[in-house]
Structure formats: C-alpha cells, structure tokens
Design a protein around this ligand. Structure first.
Ligand SMILES: O=C(O)CCC(=O)C(=O)O
Ligand SMILES: [Fe+2]
Length: 327
C-alpha cells in the first residue's frame, strides 16, 4: 500500500520513480489517477468500496464502532445537558467531558480517515448539538481550510436515531468535486459580515448546477464523514418536540498550513492562520508549508506601512538633495 509506481505518484516528486500517497498535495480520491492508485493499493473489497464511494459522492456513512453504545450515548447526552445553557451548540466539550473526547478519538474513525486521506488525521474541534441546527447549505472550506487544499473533513456522529422530522443533516452528493468557493470568488469582501450573502450564493449555486439534495437519516452510532468541499447543512425541524443529539468532530491532516478563508485574502497576502490543537495530545500543531514550519505570513497590512516608510525616506532624501542644489 505504501509505494505507488503510477504517474500520479511521480507527480509528488518529479525526480522520483516512485512515491507514497502521503507525499501527494491533493487527496488521492480527488485525483484523475485515482482508479489506478486504488487498483495498486490492494485494499480489502470493503475498504475499496468505501474509498470509491467517498471519491464519487464526497461523503460516506459508516458504523463508528462506539463501545457499549447505548450506555455511552445516554451518559454523554445527560452529562452535556447542563452545558448548553440556552445555546444551540457546545464547542469543544472534549475539554471537560471525557466521552466527547472518546468520540473524537474513535479508533475506527481514525482508521477510516487514514484510508481516505493517506495522512495522519488531527481532530481539532468538537461541536455538540441537542437539536437540529437548520444551518444553511455551506462547505466547511469557508471556515476551515488549509494548504495544500482539501485536507480537512467533518465527522458527524448520531447519538440517537435521527429521522426526517428532527432536522437531519443534508448533503449534496458529488458537490465536493466543484471548486471550493471562497468569498473572493463570489465578489464578497472577506469578513463575517459576508457570511449570509455567501449562504445565499451557495443556495443559488446548488439550484443552478442542479445538484440533488440527499437527506441523511441515521441510526444511533453511525457517522457521516464529509469531504472539505462537500456542500451540506441542516434540514428544517418539522417536529419541534424532537431532539437531534449529535457530535461533530472537525479534522485536519498532518503537514499543512491551516487558515480561516472567511477572514483571509490570500491573493494579497492576508492569511488568517489558525493555531490548532490536536485533541489527541492537547498540543498545538505546527503550521507546515512545503515541509517547513511557518510561524506567520507577512500580511499586506504589515508590508504596506514598511513600503510607505521607505517611500517617505526616499522623498526626504530627494528634498534634501533639491535644497542643496537650490542653495
Ligand atoms: O449539524 C448540522 O446540522 C451541521 C453541522 C455542520 O455543518 C458542521 O459542523 O460543519
Ligand atoms: Fe459544516
């Protein structure tokens, strides 16, 4: 599985005759060479079907293999109840609740993410919900993205059976193959104030392309894994008496530069970099680019005053020379 001899692998290092999939700067399931790579990988029929389905649809539903599922989910739901304090979500419950952390570190999820991405998966944020979010269609790439692109995914675990009237998740299968729209592509200024307009644009976009929405009803203990660029959201809640207990863990992968596209303007050098914490270790993950650690990126905002200062001193020198010449 390690060594790939196809043309795709050689792209990872032009002088090499062979390379590992982990060296590629594009997730293998997004490459046009994917069928060859998959053939060479010699996976079990079940794993092969899983990666193929993820490549085709941009999401998969799997059994998260939670030990002692019924007792586990009942306890987690009960223990989190006082932490909502009237809010719709709890961010990073894993810091106070060992079961939320267990869900972020599930061995089966880790195994499947390694298979899908061929890199070390880094759980870096958890969100717990007691009710449906009714969140508009979006891709997580406006919130979390990275360079190289695409090494991010969401894993959404059902803590109870979730049917159509509880505001389940929806996805647009195959939408992950389309561009990762950032605010600049849509003509929107970066910043949170553009987010509502972004959502309207995504709605218009799915309608224009004709993507078919799939509503993901789930059984307790199942997980849906979605690719960074997959469009998804929360359905309307038709029955307000229904809960929709779930936990999402967002994952990045190793050796990337992590940033927040919504607050960035990369084309003019403004990158809102993220300092992410690996839930497994509690340690900050270094931002990496081309194998080197990057602590900050000079932003246009910091370059501009330096340039202005330079031009002021040039001007001062010119004035001094002019005065001398006139004297
Ligand atoms: O739970 C939902 O309805 C949506 C959650 C979501 O989009 C996310 O966590 O990225
Ligand atoms: Fe999302």
């Amino acid at each position: 599985m390690d060594i790939q001899r196809s043309a795709a692998a050689i792209l990872a290092n032009p002088s090499a005759k062979e390379a590992t999939l982990g060296q590629m700067n594009v997730p293998w399931f997004m490459l046009p060479f994917f069928p060859t790579l998959l053939h060479e990988a010699n996976l079990s029929p079940a794993d092969q079907a899983l990666v193929e389905s993820f490549s085709r649809e941009g999401y998969v539903v799997i059994d998260a293999k939670i030990p002692d599922l019924d007792a586990f989910s009942t306890r987690l739901i009960q223990d989190l109840a006082p932490l909502y304090r009237g809010r719709g979500r709890i961010q990073d419950a894993w810091k106070e609740n060992a079961d939320a952390k267990t869900l972020a570190l599930l061995p089966e999820i880790d195994r499947v993410l390694r298979l899908l991405y061929q890199r070390d998966p880094i759980p870096f944020q958890t969100l717990n919900f007691a009710l449906g979010t009714e969140q508009h269609t979006h891709s997580d790439t406006v919130h979390f993205h990275c360079i190289p692109h695409g090494f991010m995914c969401g894993v959404w675990i059902a803590l109870e059976d979730i049917n159509a009237d509880a505001g389940p998740l929806h996805v647009y299968p195959a939408s992950h193959k389309m561009p990762a729209w950032d605010f600049h592509d849509l003509g929107l200024p970066s910043g949170r104030e553009s987010y509502q307009r972004y959502e309207e644009c995504m709605q218009a976009y799915v309608e224009a392309v004709g993507f078919k929405k799939h509503i993901v009803t789930m059984k307790k203990g199942q997980a849906v894994i979605w690719a960074a660029t997959l469009l998804h959201g929360g359905e309307p809640i038709h029955d307000r008496s229904k809960t929709r207990h779930s936990q999402v863990t967002h994952y990045y992968f190793s050796d990337c530069l992590y940033y927040t596209p919504m607050l960035s303007d990369p084309y003019i050098g403004r990158m809102q970099m993220r300092t992410i914490m690996d839930i497994r270790t509690g340690k900050v993950v270094p931002n990496m680019y081309g194998g080197k650690m990057i602590s900050s990126i000079p932003s246009a905002a910091t370059i501009a005053p330096a340039a202005a200062m330079a031009s002021k001193s040039v001007l001062r020198n010119l004035l001094r020379k002019a005065r001398k010449w006139m004297a």
